[in-house]
Design a protein around this ligand. Structure first.
Ligand code: NDP
Length: 276
């Protein structure tokens, strides 16, 4: 199965469907990442704060898959924002992952109360120039945070990774991203299982029409909306289900019905208010 690749604004390409490792326990990470690689995933979304970079790195290395066939993201944690601390955090993440470079490095949250994200972004520019990250971007950034970065630096983030699922479709941020040439990545693409997404009639109807599961319909909705996503599962069967989404296509009517689920229903923190 070939996952489509999307071109980023710096000319690099990212596989549109990957695998996320948030809340994957350290002791299970090697097994789970190995399963994901065997299923066919080549794009992994990690973060320093997930506490499992070393185990992700071990599984990638043990697979023997050439580095240039893998796409690895990690993220700068909030308490490491700043000039020296961001430089050190990148080096520590590379060391834990056992890699010379990551494909994508993100500022995890803006933390506007700290007001260090522009300073940190300038370090990410340096990190890219030094070849330690092929692409750089942000996560959980709202328009004012992005505007500050655009005004104070020379680089438009390649991606903004934001909470995004049918009940929280983030139309305004997606439109602003499109204006800037910045790709959108969805976190919590399945709503993190925190609401009864899969009972939505639009999803059940489309699933029945195509002989697939509601989860596969949600993933397809993201893909056909041009969004990059990396659903997480500890179960190899669900990993395979989530990857088996290239044999059907939602109709325009089905896409419209799923778009109508949007009701501004967040399952995670509001980036304007987050202080963790
Ligand atoms: P997801 O929306 O991917 O949901 C994961 C949950 O859905 C798990 O409970 C999983 O259970 C379940 N699930 C997975 N596949 C299926 C399926 N086919 N049918 C039914 N249930 C399923 O949430 P995540 O928070 O994990 O988001 C994905 C990734 O996004 C993260 O792993 C992380 O990489 C990133 N992320 C980034 C954030 C940020 O601030 N930048 C914040 C949160 C996440 P089970 O494991 O038992 O299958």
């Amino acid at each position: 199965m070939t996952v489509p690749k999307i071109e980023l604004n710096d000319g690099n390409f990212i596989p549109q469907l990957g695998f996320g490792v948030f809340q994957v326990a350290q002791e299970e990470t090697e097994r789970i990442v190995t399963d994901a690689l065997e299923v066919g995933y080549r794009h992994f979304d990690a973060a320093m704060i997930y506490g499992n970079e070393a185990q992700v790195g071990k599984a990638l290395k043990a697979s023997g898959i050439p580095r240039d066939e893998l796409f690895v993201t990690t993220k700068l944690w909030n308490s490491d924002q700043g000039t020296d601390s961001a430089r050190d955090a990148m080096d520590l993440s590379l060391e834990k992952l056992g890699l010379d470079y990551v494909d994508l490095y993100l500022i995890h949250w803006p933390r506007p109360d700290l007001d260090r994200y522009l300073e940190s972004w300038l370090v990410l520019e340096e990190i890219k120039a030094a070849g330690k990250a092929r692409s750089i971007g942000v996560s959980n950034f709202h328009r004012p945070h992005l505007e500050k970065i655009l005004a104070g630096s020379n680089t438009v983030p390649a991606v903004n990774q934001i909470e995004l699922h049918p009940a929280f479709a983030q139309r305004d941020l997606r439109a602003y991203g499109a204006e800037l040439g910045m790709r959108i990545e969805a976190w919590g693409p399945l709503g993190q299982g925190k609401y009864d997404l899969f009972s939505e009639a639009a999803l059940k109807d489309a699933a029945a029409a195509h002989g697939v599961t509601p989860a596969q319909v949600v993933i397809r909705w993201h893909l056909q909306s041009g969004i990059i996503l990396f659903p997480k599962s500890n179960s190899r069967a669900r990993m395979a289900e989530n990857f088996d989404v290239f044999g059907f296509e939602l109709t325009a009517d089905e896409m419209a019905s799923i778009n109508a689920i949007d009701r501004d229903q967040r399952v995670g923190a509001n980036p304007d208010e987050a202080t963790f």
